[in-house]
Design a protein around this ligand. Structure first.
Ligand SMILES: N[C@@H](CCC(=O)N[C@@H](CS)C(=O)NCC(=O)O)C(=O)O
Length: 212
């Protein structure tokens, strides 16, 4: 594994980039957590050397620069991996991370709904059914992890999206409580030593605080 500290740049809130930060921590890849404020962003976006596509998150490692959250997750996994992994496991992990991205789309669309009625409609038609699908996949696991026999970015991405969903929509707690396999996965991820240490960092506590 590389011991070089990578730079991960994302906004100072939880969004698409949070699962990159969480996975880097869980994978044991040391990183500088470069948080940007909204006010700092226009200058960074205007500088073509800072981001490939004018979007965050971005990972920088020496002269190597990478955008797109899921590509970054895969890069971190490949750098941190100690043993070998089959093509099937590698692709299945990516599949789950991309499905979690679909859940994020439903979560943000629900949040941005013009009114409460439309929000609840989106939650019921798009968000909860996707979480139920994810729960069914966790239920089929014989190891407790989504892929293979140890934590992967499929698990940390699932953990992050369910946590974010509950912070945005606390009234969904009873619905999420019914997804018992997903809940068990959440606990498993939360108990991981590296994840627990990450979640205890002051800047992370601040980012993960409940919305008020
Ligand atoms: N598909 C990209 C989407 C990246 C993206 O939309 N990032 C947003 C923040 S979540 C962004 O950079 N917004 C600021 C902007 O586009 O100016 C990924 O997964 O990384």
């Amino acid at each position: 594994m590389t011991t070089r500290k990578v730079d991960i740049t994302y906004f100072n809130y939880c969004g698409l980039g949070e699962s990159v930060r969480l996975w880097a921590a869980a994978a044991g890849v040391p990183f500088n957590d470069n948080e940007l404020t909204k006010a700092q962003w226009p200058k960074v976006k205007a500088d073509a050397s800072k981001t490939p596509f004018g979007q965050l998150p971005v990972l920088q490692s020496g002269g190597f620069q990478l955008a797109q959250a899921v590509a970054i997750l895969q890069y971190i996994a490949d750098k941190a991996r100690k043993g070998s992994v089959s093509a099937e496991e590698r692709a299945t992990t990516l599949m789950y991370a991309l499905f979690v991205a679909d859940i994020q789309v439903a979560m943000f669309a629900s949040e941005d709904a013009p009114d409460q009625k439309e929000r609840e409609r989106k939650i019921a038609h798009d968000l909860l059914p996707r979480l139920e699908r994810l729960n069914a996949h966790v239920a089929r696991s014989t190891t407790g992890w989504l892929v293979g026999d140890s934590i992967s970015f499929a698990d940390t991405a699932a953990f992050e999206v369910v946590s974010a969903t509950l912070r945005k929509f606390p009234h969904l707690q009873p619905s999420v409580d019914k997804l018992t396999s997903l809940r068990a996965l959440m606990e498993r991820v939360r108990r991981n030593e590296l994840v627990a240490a990450y979640l205890a960092r002051p800047e992370v506590v601040k980012r993960w605080a409940p919305y008020t």
